[in-house]
Design a protein around this ligand. Sequence first.
Ligand code: FHN
Length: 459
Amino acid sequence: KPAQRIEVKYGPITPKNRTDENMERFRNYGLGQFIHWGLYAIPGNEWEGVSARGGAAASEWIRSWGGATAPKDWKNTYDNLYKQFNPKDFDAKKWAKQAKDMGARYMIFTTKHHDGFAMWPTKYSDYNISKTPYKKDVTKEIVDAYTAEGIDVYLYFSVLEWNNPNYMGAEPKTPEEKEKFQKFLDYTRNQLLELLTNYPQTKGLWFDGTWDKSWIMAYEFTYNLEKELRTKFPGIIIGSRFRNDEFGKRHFDSNGDILGDYEQGWERKLPAEFEWLDGNTWDCVMTVPPNGWGYMKDWSGLYTKTSDDLIDMLMHCVSMNGNLVLNFGPDGNGKMHPGEDILAKEIGEWMKVNSEAVYDVRHAGLSPSKLGYFTRKENNLYLTVFNRPVNNIVRIAVPKKSTEVPKTAKLLVDSKELKVVHSDIGLDLDQSTYYDVVLPENFNAKKAFVIKMELGAPK
Ligand code: FHN
């Protein structure tokens, strides 16, 4: 934030914290699912059976880097993959059911990734799903199936396109370049209006590929487009990646004010401290492999996150008022990676017992605990324990002046009441007093477990 506020003409259009029903719903999701599905699912990070991964390579970027084993004309090969797209196992209802069982309350689907291929039958480009052997509108199938399961749908949309002759990364300078890029902008606007018209259940847009100079310099256009989208589709949710101000500042304008309804910068990373978030709404999008969003045939040799890792990240997010969105990259036939099936099942089993600590909760306002993460809903305090104390005493630090302290406690897993003891151990360092929740000795936990406490006035 600058020491003094400056005048920004193309700053935020919506207030920092929208309080309408849609936005409150967004804040209450807790867990979401991302799906990266497009032509890149066919090679699955391999050209001719040899894995092309390595370094920064993410499978959905295969067109842009080819890799050591790529065919000579791999870009052309890639651009023709649509002729093979015929996902015989694709069943949107099955995906939606799996997401529901996992506990996801919203999902984000890649309608168009950087390759520019539209997963819906757009009128504005021939490079789209209707030209594949599959022909059918997968976006519609997905929107309908997830909506029917009660899962809110957001549409991912990459602005930048690798193979669109009207797109350019650099700032258009000559009249010809300007004319071409204007065509691209009009096309982008048309596609966005088309998407929101075709799929009226859509709750929001998740933008990507908005970092190039050409888009950055189009700040007047993007400002007006955001206004138009909000006017024509009231209540729509748009994240901070969509646009920048006239000084080129992305996500936050030159005064540090958020551009959009929630912060969209948390990709494969998490904030270490709640204060970093500056009170903004946010979500974190996370891959299972280190950095692969599209289907990767071969996970061997890569660290792939376990359900424990992901549940830890989920609780990290919700304890700081964010959502965790876990990415899935189905294969070219429409099947999830078997590893993702396992994760969805394990997370779902955990959520069945513990989702009370995840849904509709807020930051608890307590100092972070070494044992796990606090979340809060009304007068209930939840502690999701990842590090079980060897003496079975879960010690909760509460500010000495607090008017609310833990009165009762139970485990979500069996609802058995646990003893709560006030243990003022005389540590004055942090102005805290302590409440001990005593765990039963015979309690075995294979995964993180949740203690639910009722808060009330101290004695
Ligand atoms: O380049 C993309 C990447 O392929 C993937 O789609 C992620 C998802 O958040 N977004 C981009 C990089 O920020």
